[in-house]
Write a new protein. Sequence first.
Lengths: 73, 301
Amino acid sequence: MIDPNNNLTDLLGSLPNLADLAELYWKTASHDIAHLVHQASSDVIQALQGDHSPLGNELSKLDVPLRFSWRRD
Amino acid sequence: MIEFNALRRLDESNILPELRQTLAGYIAEDAPSAVHVQWGGAIPLIFKAVTDTDEQVIQPFASAWSILAAFLERLDHLEDGDTDVLSVTTASPVKLMGIHYNRVIGYFFLATGILDLLDYQRIPERRIHRLRRYWSDCLLRAVSGQQCDLESQLALQDDCRLEGRAALEAYQRATQAKAGPIFALAFGGTAILATDDDVIINALMLAGEAYGTLLQYGDDVSDVDSEGDSMLTLPKAYSAARGVQGLPDTHELNSYWNVIYTAYIQQVERTLTQVPIAVQESMRSIFRQTFECRQATENTQ
């Protein structure tokens, strides 16, 4: 029989690290925005300032789609 | 079934009426919630998926775990000072808190006592012994996580605020420790009673750890405006980490939550590839029922 303690210890490091996920998220989002700024900086700036231009709408799609919701019964 | 098992253990224990009445009231209040997957309803589903046999045999464990979860909820309220009894009597607050803690501790002993209803004729003794040890290990770890969380609240009150990655890492350390083991116990404990296959047992322990941790993360995200200043919550840890990066403090928690959820589900999926299809499907169903109701609803429309 495997010692449950050992199993648990092995598992503890197995869940993804929140800080790593946050940095990956920021890095990806920053890269996408930088690419758009390089392509059309004025439109992006307008979008960032709240202009609802087509590019602004595209920019809003950069966010990860809100696919999951949350509930407690 | 939970009421039946819990009341049976109360009656068998020759308990005095002062406590029996209170615990019977707790049981009546808490038992209806146990049909939901996050309050114990997952346990029969998992057992059925692993064994393809009668779920009746797992009911004592489902009842024990559900009372345990209800006990933890009540303890949490007590630790937060969330009780209205202090206002309806003239007794000293210290005495009243003692009465409340004693009642809740009685509820914990009842949860543990329900494990005695596990049927040694239908479950091998070695599995029950292993479950009891895992039960203790998980609870000790959960209590250590709660202690860490409570002490971090003191540190925040003393303005010892964490910054950068340290905030998220401290938050994850405490949250995973206090919430993960409770569901590792539910899912992994069911597997321990159902099989001797360590691949299945380990996979369900990990799935439970991820499930419980995500529950707490999700609570923090959905309660972003209701937590007191003294709590280190996911939104606060995220904001502290983001500030050090020189990034603006924007309201993007839902997007970050999606990143977290996706990464955790992928980790669980990788582990589940080693277990039978029926077990995989039961776990997916449990996660989906809890976390993906909007997506599921949209897909069926």
